[in-house]
Ligand binder design. Sequence first.
Ligand code: AMP
Length: 195
Amino acid sequence: MRNMLNIVLFGPPGAGKGTQSPMLIEKYGLIHLSTGEMLRDEIKRGTPLSEEIKHLIEAGHLVSDKIVFEMVREQLEAARSPKGFIFDGFPRTTKQAEMLDKEMADHDTKIDMMIALQLDDETIIKRIQRRAEIEGRADDADVSIIHTRIKNYNEQTAVVMDYYRAQGKFHFVDGNKTPQDTFAAICAVIEKVTK
Ligand code: AMP
């Protein structure tokens, strides 16, 4: 088994995954794989799949497991001798989690832990609305789309926690606090698991 640190950073939309990831990358030298960013990039480049992806994202729905997984696989293949990966916004379904496990095993490595940020719906909505002003994402700007995303998270994505819990890899961090406090709590989990 290769000596890597592979973390699934998990949480509802607006949980702070995009804020925490750069800090974790810097501290642990990991590669950031954000499927949301990959999909937004796909739209920007106007690839053959971009119309379908744009439509789904702007409605607050999940993109298909197949499309998302192909993008992740490409990035995993492209990485040369990585120290490890942070998966941000992926896996979002149990099927994706299963595909990821298989892919990691094929590369002689594994997911070491899932760190799940948990926070109140009220905080989530406030954060997404603030991000809408800064980043101008269409899926952040409309309250009904935000509600659809939270609903899809609860109905399709939250079960992924059970998947990692069953493997003894699940860790929970309170995401309602400041970015610095949340970062310290995440690092404490990583240190404990890797000790
Ligand atoms: P994010 O930047 O992670 O909030 O993702 C933005 C949007 O991209 C989501 O609301 C989904 O529509 C789509 N998306 C991102 N990651 C995934 C994934 N792993 N599976 C399916 N859809 C995804």
